[in-house]
Design a protein around this ligand. Structure first.
Ligand code: ADP
Ligand code: TYD
Length: 220
């Protein structure tokens, strides 16, 4: 099967790859922690590939156009597009997650279906969102979902330092809601999923140590 080469060293690794999903509200430090984690995996000579949702596929591009206001549609359509983007993320034969895991490559994703559970259930029933994503959880359940829990105020401060945001107030109330929905989703799914909660209100190196301390056992 044709496959884009992952950003890895050439190392022999037997068995299936691990799938680690990073979750958190906007500005929680996911991409920062992915860099730390990738560094660890590189040191340990573990083959890995980093990716994110929404993806850069045609479906992901449509989502980006909706999120920037270039294309308008209903919230239910957006939730369904995220499912379509995720299925393509899992199954496509160029850089699909499922074939990579099958090849023994560890995949780290910035967001996966818990993002849908949290973000879309602000506007619609969470059970609808969970069942709309059921194909994805049947195809690939993460080895672990790491939730970086950050106070919405802290996340907003971090975002404001880097980006221009004119609707900060609106954003804050949304981040509060999304964080609550994440916690609700974790509680709902706790018997079916391996969820690791970390305190993200600390220096990045401390958070990285904490995350690695909890993930190391999957890479022994
Ligand atoms: P996300 O990918 O979740 O949106 P980022 O990793 O891009 O978050 O982090 C958002 C901003 O906050 C960046 O400017 C980053 O440098 C900064 N940042 C990330 N982690 C921390 C931390 N633990 N403490 C302080 N600032 C952080
Ligand atoms: P983006 O700017 O790509 O990244 P981030 O905030 O993670 O640095 O924005 C992704 C946005 O898409 C974010 O606000 C969460 C949202 N989202 C959903 O609403 N549903 C989903 O299923 C996913 C994966 C993301």
């Amino acid at each position: 099967m044709a496959m884009k080469k992952a950003a890895t060293e050439d190392v022999v690794q037997t068995g299936k790859g691990k799938f680690i999903a990073l979750e958190g509200i906007d500005g929680s430090g996911k991409s920062t922690q992915i860099q730390y984690l990738a560094e660890r995996l590189k040191e340990k000579q573990i083959r890995y590939y980093t990716t994110m949702e929404p993806t850069d596929s045609p479906i992901g591009s449509l989502i980006h156009q909706i999120m920037t206001g270039r294309v308008k549609t209903d919230n239910r359509v957006i939730a369904a597009l995220f499912v379509a983007d995720r299925l393509d993320h899992l199954l496509n034969d160029v850089n699909g997650i499922a074939p990579m895991l099958e090849e023994g490559i560890t995949v780290i994703s910035d967001r996966y279906y818990f993002s849908s559970y949290a973000y879309h259930s602000v506007d619609m029933p969470m059970d609808w969102v969970i069942s709309a994503n059921s194909q994805c959880s049947d195809i690939v359940k993460p080895t672990a979902t790491v939730f970086i829990d950050v106070a919405p105020d802290t996340a907003l401060e971090r975002i404001a330092k880097n980006r221009f945001h004119k609707e900060l107030f609106e954003k804050k109330s949304r981040l509060i809601q999304v964080r609550e929905k994440y916690l609700e989703a974790f509680e709902k799914q706790k018997d079916m999923e391996n969820i690791i909660l970390v305190d993200g209100n600390r220096p990045p190196e401390k958070i990285a140590e904490d995350i690695w301390g909890q993930l190391e056992k999957y890479f022994l």
